[in-house]
Design a protein around this ligand. Structure first.
Ligand code: IMP
Ligand code: MG
Length: 202
């Protein structure tokens, strides 16, 4: 399995309606439509895990999960991973509501990464600024640095960043679910979904 699979592009696909899947009680009044079902996420995560395992066999893997959004994805991705690795969660924040702003990144002990093979795990690549900032902080010491993102919104990109492992390509819309939030809400939602307008208007 030397080659990498292509991300699943859901941009041209008709979204699912909320009544087609089981959703948490009380959430249907906020969710407009579902872009990616929980089952599809889990199947794709399994494939990414296989590809990552293939690549990091015999390497000195250090995984960085970017808080808060990527925590759920990172733990799913590394569940039953067949090799030893270290992981750490780091804080990065650039959104207030659906508005993006300056990137804030928590402390990184870069010395611990010397000679390691670093994998950054992100929930979503949007403008690319968070990842770009993070990469610039890690740039010198590791043996290698790669990125794995559950979602990619290429139509929103402002900074060119290279992502080796991508789950899905989605349209340029604000999404929630599977760890992704709107003001710390909807992380619990099992599917990747678009919210109704009324959620934003208050
Ligand atoms: P970037 O710096 O614009 O690439 O933004 C990346 C970060 O913003 C991600 O790690 C997310 O935490 C957050 N973000 C971007 N788009 C969305 C979205 O559609 N839903 C939830 N969070 C998002
Ligand atoms: Mg994030």
């Amino acid at each position: 399995m030397a080659g990498l699979s292509k991300p699943i592009d859901v941009r041209g696909r008709k979204p699912y309606s909320v009544d087609q899947f089981v959703i948490p009680d009380g959430s249907s009044e906020y969710i407009k439509e579902i872009l990616i079902s929980n089952g599809e996420i889990r199947d794709r995560v399994q494939k990414l895990r296989c590809e990552i395992a293939y690549h990091y066999q015999g390497k000195n893997l250090f995984v960085f999960g970017v808080l808060q959004g990527a925590a759920k994805f990172m733990f799913s991705l590394f569940e039953n991973f067949p090799y030893v690795y270290q992981h750490k969660l780091i804080e990065a924040k650039s959104y207030i509501g659906t508005r993006s702003g300056p990137v804030h990144i928590g402390d990184i002990n870069a010395d611990a990464l010397s000679g390691r093979d670093v994998l950054i795990v992100e929930d979503i690549i949007d403008r690319g600024k968070t990842l770009d900032e993070l990469l610039s902080r890690l740039n010198h010491l590791p043996n290698s640095i790669e990125v794995c993102a559950l979602l990619d919104k290429p139509d929103a990109r402002a900074v060119d960043v290279s992502v080796k492992y991508t789950g899905f390509i989605i349209p340029n819309e604000f999404v929630v679910g599977f760890g992704l939030d709107y003001n710390d809400d909807f992380r619990y939602f099992p599917h990747i979904a678009v919210l109704k307008e009324k959620v934003y208007s208050g």
